[in-house]
Structure formats: structure tokens, C-alpha cells
Design a protein around this ligand. Structure first.
Ligand code: ADP
Ligand code: MG
Length: 259
């Protein structure tokens, strides 16, 4: 596919992500049951599994949008341990290192595209408007959307909005990126333009965890595949190997449904 369009503009510090014995309940419902997972720095982990298996909750725990009941999360050198008192300053530090992209884009509808990307940089990193705009425009250029800077999100297609959401997260210099079904709200051919940006990002060496039903992406870009069911990891390993010869019957059933 030629030279990566993002490589030159991102100065990425690669962080590993380590999840240890993570459990999370909502009321009496145990949604994550003693999950442990290691994501090597600069690697891409694809996370699959049936609806309701806990994939989104796991991502939300990793960037602490949800507080784990048990266990620990480490991103780079920053660890949050549910068994110890969690200090706000540590929580913010870890959250800052992790970018997240959702299925539904979640852009601010009343802001321009540019303001969507500059606002978090100013609020979270304390960058000046000039600095934030320069970073935003560089990144928008890299995903082919510089001309959309002064539009509103509603004037952009779904695929463009998702690329803007990715840029918004990247502008904050995350050390790892989490994607929660980033293409499932998009038409397949529109999803491809988003997947192309994610593929580029992977080539820059970004550490990524991607919840997706795009099995071709998981196979081509994923270094590691994790299969979840009922709040646990039932199988993990090389994407190609698991897809061609799953060990678990539940994995086989899930793959038959999505392939
Ligand atoms: P997945 O992303 O794999 O579809 P989720 O992590 O969204 O799964 O959900 C796992 C389970 O946790 C589901 O049964 C869901 O209903 C429940 N759940 C998720 N978020 C909440 C919440 N905030 N409050 C109560 N239950 C929740
Ligand atoms: Mg989900």
C-alpha cells in the first residue's frame, strides 16, 4: 500500500498494556471474570467475541472509564491497582496515555472539526491554541481531511467522522489506542477507509487493542487474537491459526457467524 501516511508525523512512544486478574461486576452481574492479558509494546491485539461477552467493558476498564473491582491495569510504567486506593492523579495520568475510539464517533456536534481536535489538547494537555491547531491540521492532512477543518461534523460522512475521531485521540499523543468496533456503524466500503487509517497507525508502531468483527483486518494487521465469551478469555494466540483451526467450540461458532 506504499508509504504509511501517518509515520512521518507521529512521534510515538510505545507502551505495553498489561491487564492482571481484572474483575468487574455491575450489581450482581459478573461481567469480567479474572481477565489477564498482555499486549506487547507496538503490537496490535484484535479482541473478538459474541455480543455481551464483556469486550467493551474490558476496554473501558483499561482506560478507566469504568473502575475495576479487582486486579490491575498497567500502561507503560503506570499501574492502577484496584486493591489499593486509586489516586485521581494516577488515574488521570494513565487515562492520558490511552486514546479511545468508539463505534459512535462521539464528536462534539456544536464544534467545528478543527475545534473538536484542538479543544481536548488545550483542556487536557494545556497546549496553546496555535500549537493545538498546528497539530490538528498536520494530522488531518495525514488522513486526507485537511479541507474539512472548518466544517461541522454533521457535514462529514460517517467514515470521515470516524477518521476525525481517530485524529482527535492521536492529537493527545497517546501511548496506546483502544478501538471499540470502530467500523460497525459504517457501510462496509466506508469502513475500509477507516481500517486503512488504522492499518497505517499500526505500521507506525502504535500499540493497539481493537474490538472488531472485521476478521480480515484481525488477520492481516493483528499480531495477536483474543477471544472472549461470558466475561472470560476462552482462547488467544496467532490470528491466522485461531481462524483456521479454533480450539474452542464457542470460538468456532462465533467465527462461523462472522466469516
Ligand atoms: P460486549 O462489548 O462484548 O458486547 P459489554 O462489555 O458491552 O459486552 O457488556 C457485557 C455485559 O455487561 C452485558 O451483559 C451488558 O449488559 C453489561 N453491562 C455493560 N455495561 C453495563 C452498565 N453500565 N451497567 C450494567 N450492565 C452493563
Ligand atoms: Mg461492545
Amino acid at each position: 500500500m506504499g508509504e504509511s501516511i501517518l509515520t512521518t508525523s507521529l512521534n510515538i512512544t510505545r507502551a505495553g498494556v498489561e491487564v492482571r486478574n481484572l474483575s468487574k461486576s455491575f450489581g450482581s452481574h459478573l461481567v469480567l471474570d479474572d481477565i489477564s492479558m498482555t499486549v506487547a509494546p507496538g503490537s496490535v491485539t484484535a479482541l473478538i467475541g459474541p455480543s455481551g461477552s464483556g469486550k467493551s467493558t474490558l476496554l473501558r476498564c483499561i482506560n478507566l472509564l469504568e473502575t475495576p473491582d479487582r486486579g490491575s491495569i498497567t500502561v507503560g510504567s503506570q499501574t492502577i491497582d484496584a486493591d489499593q486506593r486509586i489516586r485521581d492523579v494516577d488515574l488521570l495520568k494513565l487515562r492520558r496515555q490511552v486514546g479511545m475510539v468508539f463505534q459512535s464517533f462521539n464528536l462534539f456536534p456544536h464544534f467545528s472539526v478543527l475545534r473538536n481536535i484542538t479543544f481536548p489538547q488545550e483542556k487536557i494537555l494545556g497546549r496553546s491554541r496555535e500549537e493545538a491547531e498546528e497539530r490538528a491540521l498536520t494530522l488531518l492532512g495525514r488522513v486526507g481531511l485537511k479541507d474539512k477543518a472548518n466544517h461541522h461534523p454533521t457535514q462529514c460522512s460517517g467514515g470521515q467522522q470516524q477518521r476525525i475521531a481517530i485524529v482527535r485521540a492521536l492529537a493527545l499523543n497517546p501511548q496506546a489506542m483502544l478501538f471499540d468496533e470502530p467500523t460497525s456503524a459504517l457501510d462496509p466500503e466506508i469502513g475500509l477507509e477507516v481500517l486503512a487509517v488504522m492499518r497505517d497507525l499500526a505500521e507506525t508502531g502504535m500499540t493497539m487493542i481493537v474490538v472488531t468483527h472485521e476478521m480480515q483486518f484481525a488477520r492481516d494487521v493483528g499480531d495477536h487474537l483474543v477471544v472472549m465469551a461470558d466475561g472470560g478469555i476462552i482462547e488467544e494466540g496467532n490470528p491466522e491459526e485461531i481462524m483456521s483451526d479454533p480450539r474452542e467450540e464457542r470460538t468456532r461458532r462465533f467465527l462461523n457467524a462472522v466469516l
